[in-house]
Structures are given as structure tokens and as C-alpha cells.
Design a protein around this ligand. Structure first.
Ligand code: NAD
Length: 371
């Protein structure tokens, strides 16, 4: 029997409530005694860690994160910590996790459950059954390149500079993540850049083309200019399977794609590092896209689906449990088909439920699917 080690970091606000629903599913899967079992550790992050230890994440929690097969993260932040020193603000915990685990690949799926297709701003026929994966390079590019500064010129004018910078190694490793993912999906990758006006785009295009030839000739590859990609996502989103792109374009395109599918409460994500030279395992962190939602925290109103779907991604990408991941996603779709809705996705004629009722309904559905 395989044992998978998970570190749960609920964090603050609704993170605590939505991670509790993941714990419910972990307990169910452990009791079910399938071919895998989970060894679970918990720790503090964000404001909760600051309150207890004076830092947004402790070295001990970082050591647990490094040792785990997957970190499942809730959310951090809230008005209570608005005035803490900048280096200890709740977000610093998440940034340290991303940096120290070198999580360079951000996976943002945009899945439109048929039951929620009418909540999209696009027509039902364009989005129903949509299933795209945006792979965004997360640790390089214009958000990190130097120089990065605002200087005052001799004439008193100010000048701001950000530097877009990529090495071939950075491009190759993210391209490989995209090709690996495509093989588990519909085998198609679009690589988006701006080679017509940017040198980084020229190199991106070259390296993705070379990596395709040497590493993944079996996968279908198309290059697309990032601005055209933004248009095509609105015109005909179902033409895409995996889109790989840099940090800046990925930031924008992943939000664009995600919003076609409805509420923030539905959006999972994963961040992956390089494969370990010996074991081939990647460091990985899974988290909902949303924040700690202080406006609804503690009221049992949060939608747990984004966090549960993030857990399903952990099963698929870190635990080699693709079958169970598929079943969790199917359970989510079935519960939505039956009309259960948390307040953020409520529609007329549906049944309004709270966080734990939604989690319990997904568990019950999973029980039926795994019977
Ligand atoms: P938010 O995502 O927390 O909330 C935005 C809106 O969406 C709110 O009205 C909230 O009630 C709603 N919402 C979000 N998730 C929901 C869910 N699962 N179910 C139902 N409704 C949901 O963003 P914000 O309000 O801009 O930020 C609040 C705090 O969260 C801030 O401190 C911010 O810094 C932090 N934040 C953290 C992360 C993270 O931990 N990764 C990400 C974004 C924001």
C-alpha cells in the first residue's frame, strides 16, 4: 500500500473552513482502505502563524512542507493583520513556500461544470463542458527581472523600469510540465508569447519548439501570440487544452479563462517544482485561487469546492491517484447537478447549503461512486 504524506496549512478566514472539508474527504479515503493511505500533518501559516509565533510561517512548518508529498493550503490574510510589519504579513508565508520549494509552474484549470454554465458571462454553448489548463511560469519574467526601479531623471521626470527576462532553462522546464500534462489530457499544447515584439518571446518560441522536438513529439503543439490567445479564449475557448505561457501573460490569461466558469469559490490551482533527481517527485502546493474572504469567514457560508478540487489535483499530480481525483470531480459535478449551491453560486430554484453541508454532500456522492 502506498502512503502519501500531506501537510495541511488552513491559514486564516475561510481557509480553515474549506480545509476542514478536505479533511473530511481524507478521512473517508483512509477509511475506505483503497490502495493508498494518507499520512497527514497540520501547521499554521499566515496570520494564524504570526499570532502564535511572530512569523508568517515557521522553519519547522517549512521543513514539514519540504518533506511532504503535497502541501494543501487554504488562504491567508485579513484586516486583523493589516498593520503587522511588512516582512511578517500573512502573504509572506505563501511567498516563502513558493520560493523555498521553487514552485515555478502554476497550474490553473478552468472547468465549466454544465450545471453552472448559465452563470458564465459567455453563452452556454461556448463554455458548457469547458476544460482548459493554463500553465503559467511563476518564478521568472517581468515580476522578478532586474533592474526593477523607479528613478528620478535629471530633468525631474520619473522613469520606471521592469525587466522581462527568461533563460532557456526556465523556458524548457515549464514547457516540459505543459507537455507532460497534455499527455494526461487531450494531448494538445498552445504556447503563447509575443515573439513579434519581444526578444523573450523569440527565445520562448525557439525553446518550446526545440523541447517539443526532443521531449514530446507525440504532443500536438501550436504557437499563438498572447494577444490573439486572449481573443480566442473569448471567441472559442473549447479549442484549447493546455496553454503554456510566461508569468505576466499567464497572470492575465488564467484570470480571463477562470472567470468564464463562474465564482471564485470554484477555482483550484496547483504550483509545482522540479522533479527530484532520485525519486522523480515534484515539490507541490495546492490551493484555491480565492483568498480568506473576511466578509464571510466563520459563518459557514464559504464554498469549499475550490479547495476540494485543489485536493483532487494533489491526488492526480502528487499521489498518482488519478482515478480518485476523477471521482471527486465527478462527485462535485453530481452535487451541482442535484441543485445544491453555496450562496456565491446560488441560482433560483436551487437548494442553498453551507460549507459543511456542501462538503458532506460531496463525500456522500463519492461514497456512492466508489461503492
Ligand atoms: P477574496 O478572494 O478573499 O474574496 C473576494 C470575494 O469573493 C469576497 O466577497 C468573498 O466573500 C468571495 N469569496 C472568495 N472565496 C469564496 C468562497 N470560497 N466562497 C464564497 N465566496 C468567496 O479576496 P479579497 O477580499 O480581495 O481578500 C481578502 C483577504 O485574502 C486579503 O487579506 C487578501 O490579501 C487575502 N488573499 C489571500 C490569497 C491567498 O491566500 N492565496 C489570495 C487572495 C487574497
Amino acid at each position: 500500500m502506498a502512503t502519501h504524506s500531506l501537510l495541511l496549512l488552513p491559514g486564516d478566514g475561510i481557509g480553515v473552513e474549506t480545509i476542514a472539508e478536505v479533511e473530511r474527504l481524507i478521512a473517508f479515503l483512509n477509511a475506505k482502505n483503497t490502495s493508498s493511505t494518507f499520512n497527514v500533518e497540520r501547521d499554521l501559516v499566515g496570520g494564524a502563524a504570526y499570532d502564535k509565533h511572530g512569523v508568517a510561517i515557521t522553519d519547522a512548518a517549512m521543513a514539514k512542507a519540504k518533506a511532504a508529498d503535497a502541501v494543501i493550503f487554504g488562504a491567508v490574510g485579513g484586516p486583523k493583520w493589516d498593520k503587522v510589519p511588512y516582512e511578517h504579513r500573512p502573504e509572506a508565508g505563501l511567498l516563502r513556500l513558493r520560493k523555498d520549494l521553487d514552485l515555478f509552474a502554476n497550474l490553473r484549470p478552468a472547468i465549466c461544470y454544465p450545471a453552472l454554465a448559465d452563470a458564465s458571462s459567455l453563452k452556454r454553448e461556448l463554455v458548457e463542458g469547458l476544460d482548459i489548463m493554463i500553465v503559467r511560469e511563476l518564478t521568472g519574467g517581468v515580476y522578478f527581472g532586474e533592474p526593477k526601479e523607479i528613478v528620478t531623471l535629471e530633468n525631474g521626470e520619473k522613469r520606471a523600469v521592469d525587466t522581462q527576462l527568461y533563460t532557456s532553462r526556465e523556458i524548457e522546464r515549464i514547457a516540459k510540465v505543459a507537455f507532460d500534462l497534455a499527455r494526461k489530457r487531450s494531448n494538445k499544447v498552445h504556447s503563447a508569447e509575443k515573439r513579434n515584439v519581444m526578444k523573450t518571446g523569440v527565445l520562448w518560441n525557439e525553446v518550446v519548439t526545440q523541447t517539443h522536438k526532443s521531449y514530446a513529439p507525440d504532443v500536438q503543439l501550436e504557437h499563438i501570440l498572447a494577444d490573439n490567445c486572449a481573443m480566442q479564449l473569448i471567441r472559442n475557448p473549447k479549442q484549447f487544452d493546455v496553454i503554456v505561457t510566461d508569468n505576466l501573460f499567464g497572470d492575465v490569461l488564467s484570470d480571463e479563462a477562470a472567470m468564464m466558469t463562474g465564482s471564485l469559490g470554484m477555482l483550484p490551482s496547483a504550483s509545482l517544482g522540479s522533479p527530484d533527481a532520485k525519486t522523480g517527485k515534484r515539490k507541490a502546493l495546492y490551493e484555491p485561487v480565492h483568498g480568506s474572504a473576511p466578509d464571510i469567514a466563520g459563518k459557514g457560508l464559504a464554498n469549499p469546492i475550490a479547495t476540494i478540487a485543489s485536493f483532487a489535483m494533489a491526488l492526480r499530480y502528487s499521489c498518482d491517484m488519478g482515478k480518485e481525483a476523477d471521482l471527486i470531480e465527478k462527485a462535485i459535478a453530481n452535487v451541482l447537478d442535484k441543485g445544491l449551491r453555496t450562496p456565491d453560486i446560488m441560482q433560483t430554484g436551487m437548494t442553498k447549503v453551507g460549507t459543511s453541508q456542501m462538503g458532506a454532500a460531496i463525500e456522500k456522492e463519492l461514497q456512492v461512486l466508489m461503492a
